[in-house]
Design a protein around this ligand. Structure first.
Ligand code: ADE
Length: 250
């Protein structure tokens, strides 16, 4: 089965598109689905556009029309964990839709997407990457290092860290220190982006594997939109490099 690969924006897609062998494209739902080979593995590569609806629609097509399993999202995110720096990479073991839930007393209480507590309650919060896939990914990345970030991006000669953790997803670009702190404190997310947990929800419904690889383009606080613009190209290269490394075991 081919591996489905989505990227939200062209800066993330370009690093993979360049390397795609035997590429053949098909237009559908406003997106170009490129069948081809990467690292000898059959893949379908597509730019989804930004946000949960775009990600869900494209993931559905990757699985149901192109027969992909697993589906991997490669790209950038805002960092939430104060231990992490621009350029570090978060690989999800869990993804949570931080903008889903119940508004009470003027405030969002996050709840599992697709559920309302008094109608179809659940104990779950978020979606977990299948454990067996996490183990394969961890084993393949043992001893693997990324090149250090440029000085401009705060690189100090050390290679970026690759960590496993929770990725938060919402239809909101986070450019706010207060929100960044709250999301980390309340939901324990390492990174925040705008598509991953929607990919996860669709893949879980179809019973196929999924993976999110997110390199930090910014730290989701006050400077995040400036950092994003400055570093998106450089850090998106890191998530593509990790995907290349993983493809033979996906
Ligand atoms: N993707 C990259 N940076 C982000 C941020 N700060 N908020 C949401 N999505 C992002």
């Amino acid at each position: 089965m081919p591996v489905g690969i989505l990227c939200a924006i062209p800066q993330e897609l370009q690093h993979l598109e360049r390397e795609l062998a035997d590429a053949a494209g098909e237009r559908r739902a406003g997106a170009t689905f490129l069948r081809g080979r990467l690292e000898g593995r059959e893949v379908v590569l597509v730019g989804s556009g930004i946000g949960k609806v775009n990600a869900a629609m494209i993931t559905t097509l990757l699985v149901d029309r192109y027969g992909c399993d697993p589906v991997v999202m490669s790209g950038v995110a805002g960092g939430l964990d104060p231990e992490l720096h621009i350029g570090d990479v978060v690989i999800a073991t869990r993804a949570v839709q931080h903008d889903a839930g119940v508004i009470e007393h003027g405030r969002l209480a996050v709840y599992q997407a697709g559920h309302v507590p008094f109608f179809n309650p659940t104990d779950r919060l978020g979606f977990h990457v299948p454990q067996e896939l996490v183990e394969r990914v961890k084993a393949r990345l043992e001893g693997f290092t990324l090149p250090p970030m440029s000085k401009r991006a705060g690189g100090e000669g050390r290679p970026p860290r690759i960590v496993f953790g929770t990725v938060l997803t919402g239809d909101q670009y986070i450019h706010c220190e207060e929100t960044r702190e709250r999301l980390f404190r309340e939901l324990g997310g390492q990174a925040v982006e705008m598509e991953g947990a929607a990919v996860a929800q669709v893949c879980e419904a179809f019973g196929v594997g999924w993976l999110l690889i997110r390199a930090l383009s910014d730290l989701a606080g006050r400077d995040s939109r400036f950092d994003f613009a400055a570093f998106v190209d450089e850090v998106a290269k890191s998530s593509a490099a990790i995907l290349h490394r993983l493809l033979p075991v996906l």
